[in-house]
Design a protein around this ligand. Structure first.
Ligand SMILES: NC(=O)c1ccc[n+]([C@@H]2O[C@H](COP(=O)([O-])OP(=O)(O)OC[C@H]3O[C@@H](n4cnc5c(N)ncnc54)[C@H](OP(=O)(O)O)[C@@H]3O)[C@@H](O)[C@H]2O)c1
Length: 301
């Protein structure tokens, strides 16, 4: 299978390229320097020469405050970019796997969202991603739209320009010994390794459609931090932050837990409990840190 991954140096893109390469698929990653999804000409030129069977789009403008400040740019990347990819992949006869978000919901339901639930985004980011979903679903029949949430993984999220949540929490614990975290937003933490595995699994099947694709279960950011500190045996004074301590400028859903009901119905759900995925991430990070220690720094007596 010939696979093209767009956003190849991003948090999800890097995990997806690795997952396809491990399966010995012919995978080509495209960075922003190599394709501009906002431009139809750029999309046509990049994909026509590669003639892929499957295109995975991880590219987006997804920093929520930035989207709110620049709605035209957000619409161009998240909606028109998705439209361009849907049209070009359709003309090439290729499948399109497109990543969307839990922020298409308003959070009022208070119970895990199913694919059938009506979306109602609260901000520009969510609205532009929802429009992107509709373009993909209506323009290329061979599509998978995967809504995911609260991602973390080995590679930093380029759009948010920093450390992922677990790494940031561990850094704050080390530096300050005291960490305050909000408990007012409930999400399904999702490992990029599991998401990449899900994408690879779907790439060769033809059960096209819209799917929720997140770690199993849910927690507040505070619970996430508590689980992390327990798993790493980190001694830290963890406290719940007050309601106005970290004021958000843009409305977000307070509850955006997704149920992977479509994937479970197909028998193809690749996600385990979020706590297990977090422990696996920590184990791999630890192995990697050990393997990065130069051999000559360890002295035997
Ligand atoms: N991060 C989360 O917690 C989260 C949660 C739910 C859903 N999602 C969705 O998951 C997807 C992947 O997110 P991520 O965390 O992997 O993001 P990321 O690390 O910021 O990666 C996005 C990649 O897309 C590229 N890109 C951005 N705009 C582009 C454009 N117009 N044309 C071509 N390439 C472009 C970026 O390149 P440059 O950096 O060079 O511009 C980067 O390589 C997105 O669709 C996002 O909406 C993310």
């Amino acid at each position: 299978m010939k696979v093209v991954v767009i956003g190849a140096d991003g948090q999800v893109g890097q995990a997806v390229v690795k997952a396809f390469a491990e399966r010995n698929d012919q995978v080509r990653g495209l960075t922003h320097a190599e394709i501009e999804i906002v431009s139809m000409e750029s999309v046509k030129a990049a994909l026509a020469t590669l003639q892929p069977d499957v295109v995975v789009n991880t590219a987006a403008m997804h920093q929520v405050e930035n989207c709110e400040a620049h709605p035209d740019q957000a619409y161009a990347a998240n909606s028109l970019g998705a439209r361009n990819l849907a049209l070009v992949t359709r003309n090439l006869g290729a499948r399109l796997i497109h990543i969307s978000t839990d922020y298409v919901f308003d959070g009022i339901k208070g119970k895990p969202y199913l694919e059938e639930d009506a979306p109602f985004p609260l901000n520009v980011y969510g609205n532009t991603k929802l429009a992107g979903e509709y373009f993909v679903r209506s323009l290329n029949e061979k599509h998978f739209v995967l809504r995911t949430s609260a991602l973390y993984g080995r590679h930093p999220c380029r759009g948010k320009g920093g450390r992922n949540f677990p790494d940031l929490m561990l850094q704050l614990a080390r530096e300050r010994g005291k960490v305050r975290v909000v408990d007012s937003e409930v999400v399904s933490p999702t490992s990029t390794v599991e998401l990449a595995c899900q994408i690879v699994t779907l790439a060769s099947c033809d059960a096209y459609g819209l799917y929720h694709a997140t770690g199993e279960g849910s927690c507040s950011w505070y619970d996430f931090a508590r689980e992390l500190f327990t798993a790493t045996n980190t001694k830290v004074d963890l406290q719940v932050a007050g309601p106005n301590e970290f004021p958000v400028k843009v409305r977000r859903p307070n509850y955006s837990v997704l149920e992977n009901s479509g994937l479970k119905r197909l028998g193809l759900n690749c996600f385990g409990a979020w706590q297990d995925a977090l422990r696996e991430y920590l184990r791999q990070s630890c192995d990697e840190a050990i393997s990065n220690i130069p051999a000559n720094t360890v002295q035997s007596s």
